[in-house]
Design a protein around this ligand. Structure first.
Ligand code: PEP
Length: 250
């Protein structure tokens, strides 16, 4: 059985008390499963609560949804990697589609965040994916390549490269109820791996799929060996629902 990652992106849901309640219930409902890691990306204000609640579960890691590339300075409203790590974050999402499309984050900014995360000892999960118009225009690979390019240019050391994970999240599938088929996702995952390998990236990069994953489609998606796990928004918001999903697959 290959190791799988089940990552929950809570977006702007679950402040510290709701997050603690979720964690308490989730601990009642789940036990560690061999070769399975559970990753949680709560809102920044809840990272400490979630990391603390799960501190005895070695299969669970907690991360930030977004970070700044500078560790300190005059950056009002930003989240420092150092501060996130201090309260228990060992991971960060980078370049989630909402960062790119709602907040205007550029490919270059995402690359700087990946590099900064590696420098701070925090594992980056870089999100890439095309819009519906781009897919329909047959531009998926071009868009994903454009998003990966600055990362490949900026992260040049083998050790750092070996720590980067990628999430393929087609924008048209996020929060829409419309997921990519396992086969469509696998094609893009293969493309991502081949592209990075061509750039001298070492080993097999771990690639997760995200976009309207739920209890009904998780098994079919994870049956596709190109998928190393799932990144889940809406369906990760209740302890019961998320506990059901993390028990599926493999
Ligand atoms: C996400 O937020 O990364 C995501 C995939 O959301 P959803 O599962 O709700 O589509």
């Amino acid at each position: 059985m290959r190791p799988l990652i089940y990552a929950a992106n809570w977006k702007l849901h679950h402040g510290p008390s709701a997050a603690r309640e979720f964690a308490a219930r989730f601990l009642e409902l789940t036990k560690p499963i061999q070769d399975r890691e559970l990753w949680f990306f709560p809102p920044a204000i809840s990272i400490a609560s979630v990391a603390d609640a799960f501190r005895r579960r070695s299969d669970i890691r907690v991360g930030a949804q977004n970070v700044h590339w500078e560790l300190k300075g005059a950056f009002t409203g930003e989240l420092s990697l150092t501060h996130a790590a201090e309260v228990g974050a060992t991971l960060t999402l980078v370049g989630h589609s909402e960062r790119r499309h709602v907040f205007g984050e550029t490919d270059e900014q995402s690359a700087r965040k990946v590099k900064a995360a590696l420098g701070a000892g925090v594992t980056p999960l870089l999100c890439v994916g095309e819009t519906l118009a781009e897919r329909e225009a047959g531009r998926t690979e071009e868009v994903v390549r454009r998003q990966l390019d600055p990362v490949a240019a900026l992260v040049t050391d083998a050790a750092g490269r070996g720590k980067v994970l990628v999430a393929y999240e087609p924008v048209w599938a996020i929060g829409t109820g419309r997921n990519a088929t396992p086969c469509d996702a696998a094609d893009v995952h293969r493309f991502i791996r081949a592209y990075l390998a061509e750039r001298g990236w070492p080993g097999r990069v771990r690639v997760l799929y995200g976009g309207s994953v739920n209890a009904g489609n998780t098994l079919a998606l994870l049956a596709e060996p190109e998928l190393d796990g799932v990144l889940v928004g809406g369906a990760s918001l209740t302890a019961e629902g998320w506990a059901e999903i993390v028990g599926l697959g493999g």
